[in-house]
Design a protein around this ligand. Structure first.
Ligand code: FAD
Ligand code: SF4
Length: 401
């Protein structure tokens, strides 16, 4: 049954008050759904209450992951993958600005009337401010990651009020899962979904702790990324780049910094988007594109003349590095900086590259997250961890409970 937005059910459901406890409790990723009357559907829609990735994949892509194909475990349903970069990058974008360029092109060609994306507040460059952009300038103002939990779906009520019928939503996995679950209730003729991978996100306070613990100048950081060279790159206001090796991070201090939602997430690669744009499956300096269905292909084709592309590659063997990182992370081991730098240099020379680097990152995070759910929410483990993630984790020896 499709409910119209004026249906009594919508009217009965009232958005939850800002700051009030969410139905997913401490696992809430603040995706924004509960800030709207669509909170009515939270028990089915919330990624942390009702994990239903396989069912939604079937509905959206026409099939769920083939569990006999390990590439499907890792990268999700897809019909095409490539490495790409803008021939003319957008200054100030997170990478080369492929996401913003696709969104602008869709608006300019009237494929959509609005784009859900996230700008920052005037006072704080890292405080997310979700909007429905209606002009290219508004999309450009949303470029670059806000590395904090962002209530992107909080603008959903405005869609119904605006009368828009064709919409693009840009978002990360937990936002997209909830969006897909309520998609048919939005009264749209066409929804396009442009996703990015996402991992290790934090609250605004958690971000401050991360910056204070890790960067030499936290107040001037404009952007950061966990790069394929096994270092965190911080870009500062003056354009300088500071590099801190992953293995030198103060894991003991940082253990609680990541949001509990992100410690229990198994949708790193945004399996329910039509098109995903990240970087981790591509060579350093390139972006990684995963086309999940025909809608995603249509979106990508709009910008192909603005991109340089190359096939995806895969090199090395991640498995030993992942196995060794499991107990090290679990015990909160921090190496002295000289050893961390040395290890980073060695691993970069001989370590996994391209898709194998992406597998390294997925394996490391899924094993860590599996242990987290097992310890903190054992009653959720069976239903919350998707089958593909169980197979990924099953390749490793985990510490005893
Ligand atoms: P831009 O053109 O700069 O556009 C960025 C878009 O992201 C904007 O439209 C904005 O609306 C949206 N956005 C920004 N912050 C958020 C947010 N908090 N929630 C939802 N949407 C947001 N890729 C990987 O391959 N591996 C990773 O581990 C990884 N981790 C990520 C973690 C976070 C928190 C985020 C937000 C992204 C992550 N990505 C990751 C994606 C990657 O960093 C880039 O965002 C992506 O490659 C697009 O780059 P771009 O230059 O094309 O984007
Ligand atoms: Fe609501 Fe989203 Fe939090 Fe789930 S993650 S409780 S849907 S705001």
């Amino acid at each position: 049954m499709t409910l119209s937005v004026d249906s009594p059910q919508h009217k009965k459901a009232k958005a939850l008050k800002p700051g009030s406890r969410r139905p997913a409790k401490e696992l809430c990723s603040e995706c924004g759904l509960c800030d709207t009357y669509y909170v009515h559907y939270v028990k089915e829609a919330c990624a942390f209450i009702n994990q239903q990735i396989a069912e939604l994949e079937e509905q959206i892509h026409g099939r769920s992951r083939n569990l006999d194909n390990p590439d499907d475990w890792y990268f999700g349903v897809n019909q095409n993958m490539m490495a790409a970069r803008k021939i003319e990058p957008i200054p100030g974008a997170q990478w080369t600005g492929i996401v913003s360029t696709i969104a602008i092109e869709m608006l300019n060609r009237n494929l959509v009337e609005g784009v859900v994306c996230v700008q920052n507040t005037k006072e704080d460059r890292f405080q997310p401010m979700p909007i429905i952009a209606r002009t290219p300038a508004e999309i450009l103002a949303a470029r670059v990651n806000k590395p904090t939990l962002s209530p992107n779906l909080s603008v959903l009520e405005q869609i119904a009020q605006s009368g828009m019928k064709k919409l693009l939503v840009i978002g990360v996995g937990c936002q997209i899962q909830a969006l897909r679950a309520v998609e048919k209730k939005l009264g749209l003729e066409k929804l396009y979904v442009l996703g990015t991978p996402c991992v290790d996100n934090v609250t605004r306070a958690g971000l401050q702790k991360f910056l204070d613990t890790t960067s030499r100048s936290p107040e001037t950081v404009v952007y950061y990324e966990f790069m394929q060279d096994f270092q965190v790159h911080f870009k500062h206001e003056d354009g300088s780049i500071e590099k801190v090796p992953f293995f030198g991070l103060n894991t003991k201090e940082l253990k609680d910094v990541f949001a509990p939602s992100c410690m229990s997430c198994f949708d790193y690669v945004n399996g329910l988007a039509d098109l995903v744009v990240g970087y981790m499956g591509a060579p350093f300096g390139w972006q990684w594109i995963v086309v999940r269905n025909n809608t995603g292909q249509e979106m990508l084709e709009l910008v192909m003349d603005k991109l340089e592309t190359q096939p995806v590659m895969s090199q090395g063997d991640r498995r030993n590095a992942v196995q060794q990182s499991i107990p090290a992370y679990d015990k909160g081991v921090t190496l002295p900086m000289w050893a961390a730098k040395l290890m980073g240099v060695v691993i970069e020379k001989i370590g996994p590259k391209g898709l194998e680097y992406a597998r390294f990152s997925i394996d490391s995070h899924f094993t860590r997250n599996y242990l987290y759910v097992q310890r903190h929410h054992p009653e959720k483990l069976e239903a919350h961890v998707p089958e593909y993630a169980k197979r990924i984790v099953g390749q490793y020896k985990l510490p005893q409970k």
